[in-house]
Design a protein around this ligand. Structure first.
Ligand code: ATP
Length: 317
């Protein structure tokens, strides 16, 4: 468990992290989301004692990082996946870490095996591809067999196989009862990986909800209908006190279940070609929640408050 209490970090005038209070629980993968510059990395650095809070507190299983007796056994982290591991081999890099933290050499072999680097363990790490470098960083995080794992953008630059591997690894670590806290800008990936979400914007907590509740609360759900008997269907809807939004040959209905629409259509002998409940994707729910706290807008597209009407361009849930 990681616990933050009023955690705040200022850099001069800039408030990078603003009064954050939340807990990251064991047994699930918790996603950490926020637009660029929201304060995610600063928060993670404070969890690891690499940055000192201006005010507030952060504890790992009840202790400050500096008070942990065996830090690598409590928390393992991958902060900068692109960090150069220097001229040492992957094996020696991990061995040095293990020796300086009182961990057995056996564990180096184990983590090399977990991340799939055994075959290249004697190769110099600075010649590694980005994906291999990331695997090495993850091996280092796993070295102490820690109860808590924290990954900052672990899938950046990885190929689909690497992304799938990291997702499976994180879910396995969580299913073993560990606390897994991960940031990512890849929403589709986060939607598949995390069970719970912490969302921040401009340093402030915007949401602390399960994935399902987050999408539900920050999106509109509706039912999509297509029928060759459009006019008759609209009449039936009207007589039932329902209204539909018409977009091309598709009708969208809010606030009514698909079952209800299907039964209504059947009672009137109406043919339907499509009857499908729709829910926004995590990406759309995230954009909606964070639109006002995005620090840097691109000038090529519309500004956040001029974006297409909410609901336009939704994907099937
Ligand atoms: N050492 C520092 N000195 C001054 N400002 C800083 C420093 N570190 C971070 N900041 C500022 O604090 C804010 C939060 O930065 P941080 O890197 O934590 O955000 P982030 O959510 O991790 O962003 P990204 O998604 O782009 O990695 C940004 O405005 C950043 O410019």
């Amino acid at each position: 468990m990681i616990s933050l209490e009023g955690l705040t970090k200022r850099y001069g005038e800039k408030v990078a992290v603003n009064n954050l209070t939340f807990e990251v629980r064991p047994g699930i993968v918790t996603g950490f989301l926020g637009p660029n510059g929201a304060g995610k990395s600063t928060t993670m650095r404070m969890i690891l004692g690499l940055d000192h809070p201006t005010s507030g507190d952060v504890r790992i299983e009840g202790r400050h990082y500096a008070e942990l007796r065996d830090p690598l056994k409590s928390i393992g982290a991958l902060l900068d996946a692109t960090a150069n591991h220097g001229g040492r081999s992957a094996y020696h890099h991990l061995l040095c870490l293990a020796q300086s933290n009182g961990l057995p050499e056996r564990r180096v072999h184990e983590v090399l095996d977990i991340v799939g680097l055994t075959a290249v363990a004697k190769k110099k790490a600075k010649g590694f591809s980005m994906g291999m470098g990331q695997r090495l960083g993850i091996a280092a995080a796993l070295l102490g067999d820690p109860r808590i794992l924290m990954f900052d953008e672990p899938v950046n630059g990885l190929d689909p196989e690497g992304i799938h591997w990291i997702r499976t690894l994180m879910q396995r670590l969580a299913s073993e009862g560990r606390t897994v806290f991960v940031s990512s800008h890849l929403m589709s990936e986060m939607a598949l990986t995390a069970e719970h979400l912490i969302v921040i914007g401009q340093g402030r907590l915007l949401s602390d909800l399960s994935m399902a509740d987050f999408i539900r609360q920050n999106s509109r759900s509706y039912v999509r209908v297509r029928t060759p008997e459009r006019e008759r269907f609209l009449d039936v809807l009207r007589s039932a006190g329902l209204t539909a939004m018409e977009t091309g040959d598709v009708l969208e209905l809010d606030g009514v279940a698909a079952e209800q629409i299907g039964e209504l259509a059947a009672r009137h002998g109406l043919v339907l070609h499509e009857l499908s409940p729709q829910q926004a994707s995590l990406e759309e729910a995230f954009m909606r929640l964070t639109a006002e706290s995005v620090e840097y807008h691109a000038h090529s597209g519309p500004a956040a408050d001029e974006q297409a009407p909410w609901g336009a361009g939704w994907k099937k849930g």
